[in-house]
Design a protein around this ligand. Sequence first.
Ligand SMILES: *Cc1c(COP(=O)(O)O)cnc(C)c1O
Length: 233
Amino acid sequence: MPSIAENLADVRARMERAAERAGRAPGSVLLLAVTKTQPPERVREVYAAGQRHFAENRIQEFERKRPLLELPGSEWHLVGHLQSNKSHRAVQLFDVVETVDSERLARRLDEAKEQLLLSAGDRDGRGPHGLPVFLEVKLSAEPAKTGCREEELPELARRVLEFPHLQLRGLMTMPPFTEDPEGARPYYRRLREWAGRLGLPQLSMGMTHDFEVAIEEGATLVRIGTAIFGERR
Ligand SMILES: *Cc1c(COP(=O)(O)O)cnc(C)c1O
């Protein structure tokens, strides 16, 4: 079986080739290693191979794992659904929240970030230290999917831009699963069109199954678990 380091190198090479095909600079896409369900020693292994950007999808799981991970210079993204009553924990644990899907959640995150900044000695809790966030968009009618509806997006973006302790970076989505990765392409294209319309620079889209399609469609972050760590148990 290939090692985590070998898998990582393979993913990076595939990312570069996809960027090249799309006429994009090879360094224009950030790889997030999705470490959900992975024990700390496997997270350390991918860190040792040079990976610095990570993602988890559950507050509680990361709360348990994080004290066991001393990884200087690492950055952690929350990519799973967040209930607004867990905003304080989210802001303490994560550097970036990619799953803002309502004004109510944005407001709670803004308040939580302000408190955190104040307790850290930032006098008015403002300034360049706002929490980077993405809006999660639901582009299909699947009932189980979280994310705001497309029609709500312009208004939500407008609101989120007004919160002083949030920095709106871009959009995130998870398309419905299709056997053929090409099935994701129309969703990724649509997300890119929305980002263009709203003037947002970042697009978090693409997983193990379809990250090359996502990169061809303009992803600036891809979120990859299985291709790095192997199948989750
Ligand atoms: C698990 C997960 C991923 C990674 O999925 P893989 O198929 O293992 O690459 C990406 N994004 C989100 C939101 C996830 O929950």
